[in-house]
Design a protein around this ligand. Structure first.
Ligand code: PLP
Length: 424
């Protein structure tokens, strides 16, 4: 677009405006703002709800899942089944309630209030404000936990193989930097899987804080969009053990996008010292998790082959939606030099970067056209995308046809904003 004459630009702007207005008149309404599994995906787990209704509520080690007994670690079958998704051994895993985000919130709050093993006390009592490294674009809800607790967030650029490790290593040398967020596989929102080298460097780096923790949110551990090109991140727990930093990783995952986001099972995995620290604090707020739901999950999914088969049924529903959005973006924006977008191999998001900025304007134009996007800036700490260029879309809800339409409306919003930006 940069090479267009003013006259050509005005013509481009007029055309973009006409097409945008015609689209608005169609009265579309679709929400692309969150990675929400569609009802057909939830239906894949219908049998889960009956999977513990035969009167047998006993685990293999004889615990009656209806009762209080069993403790906070969850049932051993669930810990065994999901340990590989966390890159952990079963004894390093806690199976918990439905939300991994709640576990992340707990872990950070416990650290803030009480400190972690190997540290010098509660983070909130430290002389200088605790800071966290935040690879960005990243997951907005991670950043909100930090904001709530008053933890200073430092953005780190995301690259094709994970966060920029030169920057991470330099910043982590500061003793006030006590942690780092990571979505290491099919990252939200960029779709990036951290390379082995990045995992190794995170595990091995020298940190200024002796109690540095990596919050490793492996939310998309088995969520492939391509059957043949599956990416798997290396185990941070193993890498940290090899590097002599066994207590560094706090690993999280859940079945929210395997079974049911509102009624799944979430997991925490870490070293022996961290797990017993976490159990101690969790036990102050609960006698134990919903073990019936854990039992249902184990019976419904069975084993790793069962999980993979189940995920291939999700893929069959999700892939055509991603393809529809990607081909529509290509059709309208291809070759126009206004934006670049990802073609992820897994996860729930397509990440769009606008070449000339204008993400807030695009989100607002799209909203006026009936398409709700994640608020521009949300993928950065404090909602502040310095280049105002990043947009995240979650193309899992709605039908393939509705998504095609939404992607058209989004493309027209991008074209109009780009034309305005160049004329301004
Ligand atoms: N972590 C990431 C990276 C996510 O994208 C999401 C949901 O979109 C979550 C965590 C939420 O997980 P849960 O439902 O287990 O709280």
């Amino acid at each position: 677009m940069e090479k267009l004459s003013n006259e050509a630009l005005r013509a481009f702007r007029r055309e973009a405006d006409d097409r945008y207005k015609a689209f608005v008149a169609r009265g579309v309404c679709l929400d692309l703002s969150r990675g929400n599994p569609a009802p057909e995906q939830l239906d894949l787990s219908r049998e889960l709800l009956n999977a513990a209704s035969d009167g047998d509520y006993l685990t293999s080690d004889g615990i009656d899942c209806r009762g209080y007994n069993g403790g906070v670690l969850g049932i051993s079958e669930a810990r065994h089944l999901f340990a590989p998704l966390l890159g952990a051994t079963p004894d390093q895993v806690m199976a918990s309630g439905n939300s991994s985000l709640a576990l992340m919130h707990d872990a950070l709050t416990f650290a803030y209030l009480h400190g972690v093993p190997g540290g010098s006390g509660a983070w909130h009592k430290a002389e200088q404000q605790t800071a966290f490294l935040c690879p960005a674009p990243g997951y907005d809800r991670h950043f909100r936990i930090c904001e709530t607790l008053g933890i200073r967030m430092i953005p780190v650029p995301m690259q094709a193989d994970g966060p920029d490790m030169d920057v991470v290593e330099e910043l982590a040398a500061d003793p006030t930097v006590r942690g780092m967020w990571s979505v290491p596989q099919y990252s939200n929102p960029t779709g990036v899987t951290y390379s082995e080298e990045v995992v190794r460097r995170i595990a091995a780096m020298q940190t200024g804080a002796p109690d540095f923790r990596v919050f490793w949110d492996n939310a998309y551990a088995v969520h492939d969009l391509n059957e043949t090109e599956q990416e798997r991140v290396a185990s941070l727990i193993e890498a940290c053990m090899q590097a002599g930093h066994a207590d560094r990783p706090f690993v999280f995952a859940s079945t929210s996008k395997i079974t049911l986001p509102g009624a799944g099972v979430a997991f925490f995995a870490s070293s022996e010292a961290n797990l017993s620290w976490f159990c101690h604090h969790v036990n102050r707020r609960t006698i134990g998790p919903n073990k019936i739901n854990q039992l249902r999950h184990v019976r419904f999914l069975g084993d790793l082959d069962g999980i993979n088969a189940h995920m291939s049924r999700h893929r069959a529903l999700l892939k055509p939606k991603f393809d529809a959005v990607l081909s529509t973006l290509d059709e309208h924006l291809g070759g126009k030099d206004v934006a670049r977008w990802t073609n992820p191999r897994g996860g729930y998001f397509i990440n769009i970067d606008l070449h000339g900025g204008g993400a807030r304007r695009v989100a607002s134009l799209a909203l006026d056209a009936g398409i709700r996007l994640t608020p521009a800036g949300a993928t950065f700490p404090y909602g502040d995308d310095p280049a105002d260029q990043n947009l995240r879309i979650g193309p899992s809800g709605g039908t393939v046809e509705a998504l095609r339409t939404a992607a058209e409306g989004l493309s027209l919003s991008i074209l109009l904003a780009a034309a305005d930006g160049h004329l301004a």
